[in-house]
Design a protein around this ligand. Structure first.
Ligand code: WT7
Length: 637
């Protein structure tokens, strides 16, 4: 890797940034030359933000798994590619070298092929954090199938919605998954999802927990049996499918301001280049380092910084099956010491939850292998930043605060560890190639420093989403129509006197609960499914650990028994329709909701009440019936 690839000083960053703005195509062509392409591109970039279309590295041919695995075999076949720490610390951990990973990926790629999976087919993966999850993802990429990983906490209904939207005929899952002291019956959830999905042809089931499962003849197959079949076939190879740079690599569903999650589509070439470049630069990765990203592969953070970024850089990536607080709140620190972790990348919500246990769980932990700390997913508060810095980093590890989104594929704003300055609660400066701006309500650019506004981007970067699966119009309206000619992030931000960005949070109807994105409309739809519910309105409110909590105002007309039982019923409904992550923290029963004369719910007012505001609710003169506001305030939880 050349010096220019990894920026080693503020001056180098500044020069790279300047070059990336003045000559984006030249800049990214030089970066992209560090990868293995079967054929290089005819054109670096074609783009249009008005009638949205973006193409990076047109005409180039590659397979991302050759970059993540094969190309490392010559120099580091026996180096650990993936370390797996099981949920139960008593269970044996696993290490897969690059050679092992190659073997397993090729083997499972052949299993997929044997079962009829072809290039372009969508494969839904619903598993816990086991090595086979990463193997399944890479096996799809190997044969050009499009993976759609669904986080193991989503309900049967959510899976069915995603299967239908992607028209996915293949599923990879496991009997169950372990998470802390819980056992999640994944296969049984899949069975419920499949009641309404007759188009699903094959379900491959890995054995993990040995919870009893029902296997449907002709449709359901054991992972282990399928592996045996390809073993007896003899030839253990599976040549990588030649992909166009712009062929889809994966779909990942994420919430927006409407009730229906969108399938964000990323493509092979640009995504590979950008996740690798940001992995190497943001964390200042050094050969030999162990990288521990605590996210789940079911989210974009896991895709980009557990699987593709680290492996394409030839790093050792650590996959942890469990949760930070089980068997006790020292688990992360134990894992760090056990594997001599160099980079720890986690979420503010995890830090805040661990802070709550005090310093006890840190006693006896060395943490002296740590070089770089990172956070992602939500704004980090000052207190959590300092706790992380002092107790975990012992004041000697730079903290990178990385701002990005499912749609951006990789980090867009972040300091680079030890290279560019950091400032608590600030994501700081954009990556090379990323042209941020702040705009006002009317889309007019707000120039200068010490200003705040809505965060937009005016030029494409290689891993920008290409479309929302099956509905390109939706992609255009969602991201490119609020401010014509600009990509709108949905976030508000301020820019300080140094030009550093601080993200203040979503300005749309999207919540960020424990770093998970949840649309208020989605939660409302789920609550409204409950037989006794007439109407509901959901807003976020500040929550000490989760960042944002979910506050639901509900008009209920069922047989009113015990209010607390009704609340439990509603929570049960939300769990069924979406999953436990979307359960409201507070449910207030109300007689009416504040509406304008045209019938629009005034969420601004509900948000203020949920935040605890008692006097300044802003303009309420357009309300149809101002008396409901007082009633809601009186009943506040
Ligand atoms: C939203 C994207 C990026 C992977 C995890 C979340 C918020 C993300 C930060 C940060 C402040 C952040 C934004 C963004 N967010 N990182 N460092 N500081 N806010 O991905 O589910 O697509 O959510 O998370 O609000 O829009 P996601």
């Amino acid at each position: 890797m050349s010096y220019a690839y990894q920026l080693k000083s503020l001056e180098a960053y500044t020069a790279a940034y300047k070059k990336s703005i003045e000559d984006p195509e030249g800049f990214w062509a030089a970066i992209a030359s560090n990868f293995y392409w079967r054929k290089t591109w005819d054109k670096v970039l074609d783009w249009n933000f008005n009638d949205y279309e973006v193409k990076w590295f047109s005409g180039a041919k590659l397979n991302i798994t050759e970059n993540c695995i094969d190309r490392h075999l010559a120099t580091q076949a026996n180096k650990p590619a993936l370390i797996w720490e099981p949920n139960d610390p008593e269970e044996h951990h696993r290490v897969l070298t690059y050679k092992d990973l190659h073997f397993k990926v090729v083997q499972f790629a052949n299993v997929l092929k044997n079962n009829g999976v072809k290039k372009g087919d969508r494969v839904c993966i619903y598993m816990g954090m086991v090595p086979e999850l990463a193997i399944a993802v890479l096996a799809c990429a190997r044969i050009g199938a499009i993976h759609s990983v669904v986080f193991g906490g989503f309900s049967a209904q959510s899976i069915a919605d995603r299967l239908i939207d992607a028209n996915a005929a293949f599923i990879v899952t496991s009997d169950g998954a372990y998470r802390g002291n819980k056992e999640i019956p994944l296969k049984s959830v899949i069975d419920d999802a499949l009641i309404g999905c007759p188009f699903v042809k094959k379900v491959i089931v890995l054995t993990r927990t040995r919870i009893p499962v029902s296997m449907i003849k002709g449709r359901d197959l054991w992972w282990e049996d399928e592996i045996k079949k390809v073993e007896t076939m003899g030839n253990p190879d599976c040549p990588a499918e030649e992909m166009d740079a712009e062929d889809p690599l994966f779909i990942l569903y994420t919430s927006g301001s409407t009730g229906k999650p969108k399938g964000v589509v990323h493509t092979c070439g640009g995504y590979m280049v950008y996740t690798n470049y940001t992995f190497v630069n943001v964390f200042q990765y050094q050969p030999g380092w162990v990288h521990f990203c605590t996210a789940d592969i079911g989210w974009i953070t896991g895709h980009s910084y557990i699987v593709y970024g680290p492996l394409s850089a030839g790093a050792t990536t650590l996959l942890f099956e469990g949760v930070p607080t089980w068997p006790d709140a020292g688990r992360f620190w134990e894992v760090v010491d056990k594997y001599k972790v160099d980079i720890l990348y986690t979420a503010p919500t995890a830090i805040r939850s661990l802070m709550g246990f005090g310093e006890g769980p840190l006693h006896g932990k060395k943490l002296d292998s740590l070089k770089v700390l990172g956070t992602v997913g939500e704004p980090i508060n000052e207190e959590a930043w300092h706790w992380y810095n002092e107790n975990v980093g012992k004041g000697r590890c730079p903290i990178v605060d990385t701002w990005w989104q499912t749609e951006t594929g990789g980090c867009l704003i972040s300091n680079m560890a030890g290279v560019t300055p950091s400032k608590p609660t600030y994501a700081t400066l954009p990556m090379p190639g990323v042209q941020m701006l702040l705009v006002d309500e009317n889309g007019k650019e707000i120039e200068g420093n010490n200003v705040s506004g809505n965060l937009c981007i005016k030029f494409p970067w290689p891993s920008i989403l290409r479309t929302t699966y099956g509905d390109h119009e939706r992609c255009k309206t969602n991201y490119f129509s609020t401010y014509p000619g600009l990509y709108f992030t949905g976030d508000g931000a301020l820019r300080d006197e140094n030009g550093f960005y601080r993200i203040t949070g979503r300005v749309d109807d999207v919540l960020n609960v424990s770093g998970h994105r949840i649309g208020t409309a989605e939660v409302e739809n789920a609550i409204n499914m409950h037989a006794g519910v007439v109407e509901s309105a959901v807003v976020g409110y500040p929550h000490d650990i989760k960042g944002q909590g979910i506050y639901a105002y509900v008009i209920y007309q069922g047989t009113h028994g015990d209010e607390s039982l009704t609340r439990k019923d509603i929570l049960q409904t939300v769990t069924r329709i979406i999953g436990p992550i979307a359960k409201p923290d507070k449910i207030q029963f109300v007689a009416g909701l504040p509406k304008t004369r045209s019938g629009k719910i005034m969420r601004r007012i509900l948000r203020k009440i949920a935040e605890g505001e008692t006097t300044n609710l802003g303009d309420t003169s357009t309300l149809l019936d101002p008396s409901v506001v007082e009633e809601i305030m009186n009943g506040k939880l």
